[in-house]
Design a protein around this ligand. Structure first.
Ligand code: NAD
Length: 263
């Protein structure tokens, strides 16, 4: 028996669709279980799927996601409302195929004796200073790489490479490559300050460590979540052990989604 849950954006169109899908799936004898779902259907957009992912992050290894978009085509939300009957039948006649995408693991450590904070991001983590330029020593695999000065830094997953990372001139990375991408936000480059200037793609186990140079308070985002972290000692980013799982019912290749969204 399969348990399901639905997370909806909350607008009228999404709410109506949610009701319909729920009725269909109950008719197919699936079990409505918001606590322990095997499959989570997100209705809305990519933002809704990001919410769904973070809502069920504690059982990420046991939950499969599928996204319906009620607005424009999403990267995670790639089913249209017109297709829901087809989708429901697919879901009901399990087992379905699962595809896994890499995640970014972020560990924030503090100067006082607070416990470290650990996060998983599906899109990216960004770091900005609270006021003035961000100054960070960037360490890669234990070696000092550069001292960054500028607006901020963005570390993205492959599936998040089409989001904020893309706006920063980062490359689009296929989600079959377990990697993270470091992109700069408006770095200061002159005779005093120097950064590499290109986005960097790091493989598994090449940990990127950000060490504060003077200020120790930062605005850190994890996907849509925005948090102020005070007295930060370091921010560690690497490819996570955990992966996000998507239920796949039909081929919709990544490059096709890229083309349909951007070209
Ligand atoms: P939002 O409402 O500001 O929407 C951001 C847009 O990004 C939406 O159009 C959404 O469909 C799109 N998006 C989200 N994930 C994507 C992905 N993996 N690939 C391609 N497009 C994607 O914010 P939200 O819906 O809460 O989403 C949060 C995300 O917004 C963040 O994870 C970040 O990637 C993105 N963002 C982008 C910029 C930028 O491009 N300059 C700035 C801030 C945040």
């Amino acid at each position: 028996m399969m348990n399901f849950a639905i997370i909806s954006k909350g607008d009228e169109v999404s709410a109506r669709l949610e009701k319909r899908i729920k009725t269909y799936l109950l008719d197919f004898d699936l079990i409505w279980d918001e606590k322990n779902p095997d499959i989570v259907i997100s209705i809305g957009g990519d933002g809704t799927l990001l919410h769904a992912f973070h809502h069920y992050i504690h059982r990420v290894d046991r939950t499969a996601f599928v996204g319906v978009h009620t607005g424009h085509l999403g990267f995670y939300a790639d089913w249209t409302p017109e297709e829901v009957e087809k989708l429901v039948i697919h879901i009901a006649k399990t087992p379905f195929q699962i595809i896994e995408y890499p995640l970014l693991e972020v560990t924030v450590r503090y100067l006082d004796d607070r416990m470290e904070s650990k996060y998983l991001a599906m899109n990216e983590c960004t770091v900005k200073s609270v006021e003035g330029s961000l100054v960070m020593d960037v360490e890669i695999k234990g070696e000092h790489f550069e001292t960054f000065r500028g607006d901020g830094l963005c570390l993205a997953t492959p599936s998040g490479s089409t989001a904020y990372n893309k706006a920063l001139g980062g490359a689009i990375i296929h989600p079959s490559l377990p990697s993270i991408q470091l992109a700069e936000m408006a770095s200061i480059n002159n005779r005093v300050f120097r950064t590499v200037g290109s986005p960097l793609v790091l493989p598994q186990h090449h940990t990127c460590l950000l060490n504060p140079v003077n200020d120790v308070d930062f605005h850190i985002t994890i996907d849509h979540l925005f948090l102020l972290h005070e007295k930060v000692k370091s921010i560690q980013c690497r490819v996570a052990e955990e992966k996000v799982r998507f239920a796949r019912f039909r081929p919709f290749p990544f490059w096709k989604r890229v083309k349909e969204s951007f070209v």
